[in-house]
Unconditional design. Structure first.
Length: 242
């Protein structure tokens, strides 16, 4: 894990993501719907729901939007019924890609995802074709733009709380946990008032791929095409940006 920074890839694409903030509330609503559907609508007892609600609030999503998504999931409000789907495939140069979908029309979405891969020199594969190349991990980022958080202190606190690994970046610390320990570590760091920039349970590539400039551009076009689809919740890949 050391030496491969998820944060670097995030930072390099931050400007492009910021340009798409008009879709942020919709994505949050779907995340909230999924978490509430799976674990119930009580934030006090559903840690996954609490996490996605916190993220939504950090992006200034109105409380009524949050409550509406929870009510839809728990059957107390009429609305569309969403289905979760995972697609796996390969981007240009053989980059592994996993796409998580939440849709109310799987036929429409399947056609859209297939088109995005084909248009950008990628190929959809069978279920499981690339999943073995990723590990499910808890992921927490502590911002350190001003350099005031000491490496020894944050490392000690994270490891004592149950973290598996920590990567030191110029302006941030990346902390990795097991999915089971994620919430304990996160709450411990919140209690110590560390500034958490990002936190989620996600898929981390076991190895990363680098591409020639032309293929990397094609891969980024594929990611952009997928991100433009309102049914896409998450995209995981093992491209290491140059």
């Amino acid at each position: 894990m050391a030496g491969h920074s998820k944060w670097k890839n995030i930072q390099k694409r931050k400007n492009a993501q910021d340009a798409k903030k008009g879709k942020v509330f919709m994505r949050h609503a779907k995340d909230i719907y999924t978490a509430a559907k799976q674990g119930g609508g009580d934030i006090a007892t559903n840690a996954s729901l609490r996490l996605v609600v916190d993220k939504a609030k950090s992006d200034n999503m109105p409380s009524e939007n949050i409550e509406r998504a929870i009510k839809k999931a728990t059957g107390t409000l009429d609305g569309a019924s969403f289905e979760e789907i995972t697609y796996e495939g390969y981007g240009p140069g053989g980059v592994a890609v996993i796409v998580h979908i939440l849709t109310d029309n799987k036929n429409r979405t399947a056609a859209d995802i297939r088109h995005a891969f084909k248009k950008n020199n990628g190929n959809l594969g069978e279920s499981g074709c690339v999943a073995f190349m990723f590990d499910r991990r808890g992921y927490i980022v502590i911002g350190n733009e001003d350099g005031e958080i000491g490496e020894d202190d944050i490392t000690l606190q994270a490891i004592e709380a149950g973290a598996e690994d920590i990567i030191v970046e110029e302006d941030a610390y990346e902390i990795f946990t097991t999915p089971e320990d994620f919430e304990d570590v996160r709450q411990h760091l919140i209690g110590l008032e560390y500034p958490i920039s990002d936190s989620e349970i996600t898929l981390i590539p076991q190895t990363y791929s680098t591409l020639p400039e032309a293929d990397e551009e094609k891969m980024l076009n594929l990611i952009d095409s997928l991100e433009d689809n309102e049914d896409v919740q998450d995209i995981h890949h093992n491209l290491e940006l140059s």
